[in-house]
Write a protein that binds this ligand. Sequence first.
Ligand code: TRP
Length: 328
Amino acid sequence: MKTVVSGVRPTGRIHLGNYFGAMRNFVRMQHEYDCYFFIADYHSLTTHPNPEALRANNYHILAHYLAAGLDPDKAVIYTQSDVPETAELYLFLNMNAYLGELSRCTSFKEKARQNPDNVNAGLLTYPTLMAADILLHRADFVPVGKDQEQHLEMTRTFAQRFNHVYHTDFFKEPQAFNFGEALVKVPGLDGKGKMGKSEGEMNAIYLTDPDEVIRKKVMKAVTDSGPTEPNQEKPEIIANLFQLLRILSSPEAYTFFDEQYNQCQIRYGDLKKQLAEDAIRFVSPLRERINALLADEDLLKKTLRHGAERARESAVKTLTEVRHIIGF
Ligand code: TRP
C-alpha cells in the first residue's frame, strides 16, 4: 500500500471549507492508503502560542478528525511533538539546507514581511521541518493545496540531496496527491472568494458554530439588488451563494432558486433562509459529536497515545537507517 502523509497546524477553528477540502477526503483515503495524519504542533511554535492554547488546539483538531469519521485504527492520527524522531530528522536535514533556498521560499518571505519582529530560525527552516514530517514515513503522496506546492518541491530537493551526499537511494521523492473532482471549493459568505478564517469572523461557518450563529452569518451574507434581465449570468457574490446552496441543499432547492433567479423573481431572503437551515442540518450533528469528544479528555489522550505509538514505529525504523547512513 502507498503511504500518505498530511499535517495541519493547530491554529484555530475548522470551517466548512476545510471540511469539504481535505478532511472529507482523508476519511476516504484511510481505506486506500497507509495514512499518517498529524497535528503539526512543532510548526505552530514559530508564533509562540501559550501552553494551554497549544494543548486545547491539538484536542480541537483531533475531535474534528474523529467526528468527521477518521478511524484511529486505520489512519495513524498523531501529534508531531509525540514523535521526537521528527525533530532529529529535521536536525539532520538542516545540515544540508541552505540559507539561500530557505530565504527565497515564498511563504517565508510572506511571513517575514507580515511579522518583521519575529523572523526566527524556526520560520526560516519551516520547509525542512515539513520535509522531516514527510520523509519520516517515506511518504509516496502528500495531499497539498497550491500554497504548499513549493514546500513539497523543497522536500524532494532535500530528499535528493540527502541521497546524493550519502550515496544512497534511501529517501523516495514524495508526489503531490491531487484530489481532483473530489475537492469541493467552498466560497465564503462575503462573496469575494474562498471560505477562510483570515477574511473575518462572518465569512466562514465553523463546525462548532451554534445554530443561531450559523443563521446570523448566512442571513448577513452579501447580495446584490437582483437580476434585471431573464437568464442573466450571476455575478460572483450571487454565484457564490448558489455554490453554497449546491453543496449544502437538495438539488430541488437549488433548481427552485435558480429558476427564480432566471425569471428575475428571486428573493434573496428566502434563499438565505433555506441555505441557513440546510447549513444547520449539516453542521449540527458534526458539532454535537465534536463537543462530545471534547468533553472526553481521556478518550482524546488515549487516541493520541495510540497514534503516537503507531507513528513512532515507522519513525524509529527510518531514523535507525538514517543514523546508520550518516555514520553514527
Ligand atoms: N505546512 C502545512 C500547512 O501550513 C502543514 C504541514 C506541516 C504539512 N507539515 C506537513 C502538510 C507535512 C503536509 C505534510 O498547511
